[in-house]
Design a protein around this ligand. Structure first.
Ligand code: NAD
Ligand code: UDP
Length: 329
């Protein structure tokens, strides 16, 4: 692999939760990093601790619009496309824009990759499997997705984004890498973004009722962001033939009720639990098969859920101006 000191990296969506953690890692590795973000769900302050670096630049722009000269006039060796809201309330707030972000954003960034002979990585999602009939989900499972439901703007948008990426690759127009990210959590998640980890920790820390949608028996498999970023970097660096999409996630599956129980215990919270209706098309279960990531990238998550939550709870406590419980690691 070429030295990352010479990498000139564009991170679309770099002000978001995963993007800002990725930028931190890339700068630490010596890369030059340009963030392109419209700050729709990302926060400028996610990058505050990195602004002292002369190797970081940040450009406000929406990827659905033609890319500005400030981007096309530079030369990039690597392009990460993370630009898309990821939380269901956020991506459903403006479904038309979400779908266009996936499709037009991918097209604009793929054309940039083509023009600059840059390697392109798409952050796709486990949502391409929909409400899966196959468990755990392997990359060759084609999914069970509604194209008319409220999640479709995101699910189908990401499926189309994958299609476009593989078409560019097949036609020799760009070298692409596609990862399918499963539920990820950790520092710099937006406390307001509505995902289960952020909701439950914030509710527990503030004594608010814990909102469980449905009966809490649905499952997810939560990956700490440090592990995820390691997987992204390894996938971008992968030098073999087109590896196909690669799942990145932690196979440790648990129910939403289990997650709530752990957070209540770790925060020593007395918050009551309240049941709200299960959103339409909410997947019943989700767990990645990560055999491909292990074989191709030598990657597997290292941070267990308990350890990851203990590292994440103090972040949310600070965001909320609350005292964090003390943990013994
Ligand atoms: P996030 O909402 O925190 O970050 C997304 C970033 O993209 C934000 O900074 C946002 O402002 C920016 N953005 C959104 N639309 C844009 C547009 N049209 N133009 C420019 N910038 C735009 O979400 P995240 O959790 O960091 O997710 C990052 C990527 O990973 C997304 O593509 C998401 O689909 C994917 N992903 C995340 C998860 C997860 O659990 N976090 C799971 C699967 C896939
Ligand atoms: N969920 C919940 N309470 C919340 C937020 C979410 O019970 O306050 C549920 C949600 O219905 C889903 C699971 O937790 O079954 C994960 O939701 P999230 O939005 O974090 O991710 P996704 O649905 O995209 O996997």
């Amino acid at each position: 692999m070429a030295s990352r000191a010479r990498e000139r990296v564009l991170v679309a969506g770099g002000a978001g939760f995963i993007g800002s953690n990725l930028c931190e890692r890339l700068l630490g590795d010596g890369a030059e990093v340009v963030v392109l973000d419209n700050f729709q769900t990302g926060r400028p302050e996610n990058l505050d601790h990195l602004r002292g670096s002369p190797r970081l630049d940040c450009i406000a722009h929406d990827v659905t619009e033609p890319l500005p000269a400030a981007i096309t006039g530079r030369s990039f060796s690597h392009i990460y496309n993370l630009a898309c809201p990821a939380s269901p309330p956020a991506y459903q707030a403006d479904p038309e824009h979400t779908l266009l972000t996936c499709v037009l954003g991918s097209r604009n960034l793929l054309r940039l990759a083509e023009a600059q002979r840059a390697r392109y990585l798409l952050s796709s999602t486990s949502e391409v499997y929909g409400d899966p009939e196959v468990h755990p989900q392997r990359e060759d499972y084609r999914g069970w997705v509604s194209c008319t439901g409220p999640r479709a703007c995101y699910d189908e948008g990401k499926r189309a984004a994958e299609t476009l990426a593989f078409d560019f690759d097949r036609m020799g127009r760009a070298e692409v890498r596609v990862v399918r990210i499963f539920n990820t959590y950790g520092p710099r998640m937006d406390p307001e973004d509505g995902r289960v980890v952020s909701n439950v920790i914030c509710q527990a820390l503030t004594g608010q009722p814990i909102t469980i949608y449905g009966d809490g028996s649905q499952t997810r498999s939560f990956c700490h962001v440090d592990d995820l970023v390691e997987g992204l970097v390894r996938m971008m660096a992968y030098e073999g033939l087109q590896p196909g999409p690669v799942n990145l996630g932690n196979p440790n599956e648990l129910t939403v009720s289990d997650l709530v129980e752990r957070v209540l215990r770790l925060t020593r919270s007395g918050s009551p639990v309240t049941a709200l209706p299960l959103p339409q098309d909410d997947p019943r279960r989700r767990k990645p098969d990560i055999a491909r990531a292990r074989a191709l990238l030598g990657w597997a998550p290292r941070v267990g859920l308990e350890e990851g939550l203990k590292a994440t709870i103090p972040y949310f406590a600070a965001e909320l101006g609350r005292e964090s419980p003390a943990f013994r690691f």
